[in-house]
Design a protein around this ligand. Sequence first.
Ligand code: SF4
Length: 232
Amino acid sequence: MDWEGLSRALAARYGSPRHGNPTDPTDCLFYLMLSRKTPIRTAARVYKRLRATVRGWDGLLGLTQVELVRLLWGSGLEEIRAGHLLAVAGLLRDRFGAVTLEPLRQWPDDECLAFLMSLPGMGMKTALCVMLYGLDRPVFPADAHCIRVLKRMGVIDARLAHRPAQRELARIVPGHLGYVLHVNLVAHGQQICTARCPRCAECVVANYCLLGEAAQQAAEGQLPYGESLRRT
Ligand code: SF4
């Protein structure tokens, strides 16, 4: 894969949006915990409400679980989410003396990842997103959009399950392009290369894509489209 060319084409089309993610690592951590399995607008609304109530993140520990569940109302899985938020806040204060990820700025990448993944409710994708958005690290978090698009492009085996695909992409995507590729592949997956029906005729990166090439051949009558899909 020509990663440089792909990242340039995607950035020119989508403009590298941050998708609402804060720049501060601790803000980023709690924002991402709220945005898991929740529409982005809902997560942003609940995050704003929570932030305004607790002010500093140490304020989380002054809330009871019931109060926190009430504040998280509308985000879904409120009981579980509240439990994870309180547990993470407690662990950070025990470890660093405050509810903060600031010390991680000095840590190497592998230690940051191991620590973040050890926190309650954190998976690999969320941990890598905290590193990418909040700590400016050269990593590539692969969410469902990134995985779907890169499978269709033929970068990874289409039969790979979600977690092995995440690990494989974290390994093969060049770290220095991690941010640009992640944010723009998410935008591409949301807008054009959607789960139900990729709009290949409108795709600016079809020349990097096996499925796009197959669709083009089918349109030109060189290959039946169904046959093209089977080959990818
Ligand atoms: S050509 Fe089609 S399948 Fe390939 S990335 Fe573009 S929209 Fe997705």
